[in-house]
Design a protein around this ligand. Sequence first.
Ligand code: SAH
Length: 259
Amino acid sequence: MRGKVWFVGAGPGDPELITVKGRSLVERAGAILFAGSLVSEAAMRWASESCKIQDSKGMTLTEITDWLIEQAESCETVVRLQTGDPSLYGALIEMVQPLDRANIEVAVVPGVSSAMASVAAGVETLTLPEVTQTVILTRVEGRTPMPEGESLVELASHHTTICIFLSITLLKKVQDDLAAAGWAVDSPVLVVQKASWPGEEKVVRGKLSDIRELCRAEKIGSQAMIVVSPTLGSRDWQELKKSKLYDPEFQHRFRKVEK
Ligand code: SAH
């Protein structure tokens, strides 16, 4: 028998934020490999007693894919649990290619990304009518180089919502790049550490000018999302352009305007 390997988004940390489908795969799995640094072990609470569970922390990519291939020889359902959504900064394709070469069936179950969980933690919106209708998910250049045209200065020149992953230790560069792209020093910035982790989530609100000091004071040096957006704080705005979807004058498929 050859099993199937499922890449499952475990969600941002709160074990209840895995999808129903992800959870039932965890329950069915004969073997689970999880990303130790971020996926809460609590996500394992649904694994069966006989399930083989392994932390991939410390494993190389080849060791990971070898393990998955080996488990698929004896288990019908093998789960690779990934933090957030598997398609974002998750080395998904690097793992899928060796499985394809070994002729092992693969499927992906999406997950709630930490970008969404961070915005939810702050009761913020990624889009707002006539403010911004675009979201950029990115990171700044660290050890992984950014492709041409994707520097934060270039991306930020659009003044859209930007969720910046993997960059909390590079907050100074984020500040400099946003300033270089024309963002005012008092632009609001949201930083969320361990979004959705029960009892561990930290939400820091600041301005472009002081966010680094605020994060330092809160000892936030890892597992954090930086969100900048012209929508931040809109909960307290007096005037909002309301979404057309709920505008009484706006006719759509499910509602006809009464004349
Ligand atoms: N696939 C994941 C991202 C993995 S990259 C997703 O969709 O969320 C790891 C980065 O994600 C971290 O550096 C941090 O920026 C962010 N991250 C992951 N979990 C987080 C959480 N619970 N709260 C805030 N940021 C988180």
